[in-house]
Design a protein around this ligand. Structure first.
Ligand code: GAL
Length: 411
């Protein structure tokens, strides 16, 4: 009897050892950005208890730092098992064209994903006959955040276009608000720039810029740069040292009236700061973009040569599942990329985003990798820095066109 038990125990140990594995996932969701990802990791561990998950993160909003580290790892031949990348040109223009990613078409087929993800989203992650990543969410980037009680106190409301915005900015300055708008480090200024541009050119004009039909040197784009300069005059002077979270804090604490940021800010307000939608924070489409939804999607791919390929495939399956998406997104501030998510799990802000996602015109974000290749986006930061210092709209437009030509935008 004793012997039989010992054999059984030994067998159990062998089975566990055989099943044990590991998985390294790589992203920029650390600290305040972490809870949604941690919820997914928790689910993964429940499903695959014997797999040790290494949740590797390189902090820094919009992945500015993480993307650089990823590059050294990819080029050095030590890719993580699965990594975060924006759906669209960011991944396709870098690691897909370099033939470093696995085609996930068969996974999409076996999981039935071509039916549950919107057609446009599947198109965004497809090229050369392959599907290259699994989108875990849809974020909206054209949102203007404010503190409802503060706006009431100041007697202003959310401006509907950029002309109104500048008038509201003057009114607030006259009331002693030093920085009616809060912005943060460089990428958040690019984020603001893209919103000014979409609000100026309209959805079609924005699309024309990325399809090559409209040049950056077009007078309408030059005009957009000039407006962006005036909008920056409404902003805080210490922008370059602020993270997006610190910028959001200045809305919550009433220092500034407006912040233009993606709806990860809603995740931060609700999950981290425990503020309630509509009372703790308010939102509106950024000036000039009502009826347009500027989208981006966080997705994960499978690099060729991933050490733990099987575990990574299971990770991707979870990311694309209804259960995974509805665990992740209510904490993240985004909505599910899947069309069948359970909206009762989401707050008022997210439900409004889900409605707009269905009814609005959809365009892609440049800063967050949907419409432009990484070679454009990573170099565009310098154009913004230079413009903010010089306010030379013609010069910035010409520099942007040069970058677009070099990056093959519109080809
Ligand atoms: C975006 C990303 C979001 C959020 C944000 C701030 O690029 O898609 O999920 O992480 O950066 O870091």
């Amino acid at each position: 009897m004793k012997k039989a038990l010992m054999i059984a125990a030994a067998l159990a140990i062998t089975t566990t050892a055989a099943a044990a594995g590991k998985l390294e996932i790589f992203s920029w969701w650390s600290g305040d950005e972490g809870p949604a990802l941690e919820a997914l990791v928790k689910l993964y561990k429940q499903k695959y208890p014997s797999v040790a998950v290494d949740n590797a993160t390189v902090s820094g909003g919009a992945g500015t730092n993480a993307k650089a580290v990823l590059k050294t790892r990819m080029l050095g031949g030590t890719p993580p098992d699965s990594f975060q990348a924006h759906a669209g040109q960011e991944l396709i223009g870098t690691w897909v064209v370099a033939n470093r990613m696995e085609d996930l078409s068969s996974l999409f087929k076996s999981e039935g994903w071509t039916k549950v993800f919107p057609k446009d989203v599947v198109e965004l992650i497809s090229s050369k006959g392959g599907i290259w990543s699994v989108p875990v969410n849809v974020h909206r980037s054209n949102v203007m955040w404010y503190n409802p009680a503060q706006l009431k106190k100041w007697g202003v409301s959310a401006p509907k276009n950029w002309t109104q915005f500048l008038t509201t900015c003057s009114a607030l300055k006259a009331k002693g608000v030093q920085a009616p708008l809060v912005v943060g480090e460089n990428w958040t200024q690019q984020h603001l720039w893209e919103n000014v541009m979409i609000g100026t050119l309209g959805a079609q004009g924005w699309n024309n810029l990325w399809s090559g039909k409209m040049k950056f040197t077009d007078p309408r784009v030059v005009n957009g740069f000039a407006t962006f300069g005036k909008v920056m005059d409404c902003a805080n002077k210490d922008a370059s040292g602020l993270s997006w979270q610190q910028a959001s804090d200045r809305i919550a604490d009433g220092t500034s009236a407006f912040n233009i940021m993606g709806d990860w800010a809603a995740g931060y307000f609700t999950t981290t700061k425990k503020l309630a939608p509509n009372t703790g924070f308010g939102w509106a489409a950024t000036p000039g973009t009502t009826g347009t939804f500027v989208m981006l999607a966080d997705s994960f791919g499978l690099p060729k040569g991933a050490k733990d390929r099987g575990e990574a495939l299971n990770w991707l399956k979870l990311l694309g599942s209804k259960q995974g998406q509805d665990a992740f997104n209510p904490l993240k501030g985004s909505i599910a990329a899947r069309t069948d998510s359970d909206l009762s799990k989401y707050n008022t802000y997210s439900r409004s985003a889900a409605r707009d996602w269905k009814s609005n015109k959809i365009v892609g974000s440049m800063v967050h990798g949907a419409v432009a290749p990484e070679s454009f986006t990573s170099a565009f930061g310098a154009v913004i820095d230079q413009f903010v210092a010089s306010r030379n709209a013609q010069g910035a437009a010409a520099a942007a066109q040069q970058l677009a030509d070099r990056a093959g935008v519109g080809n």
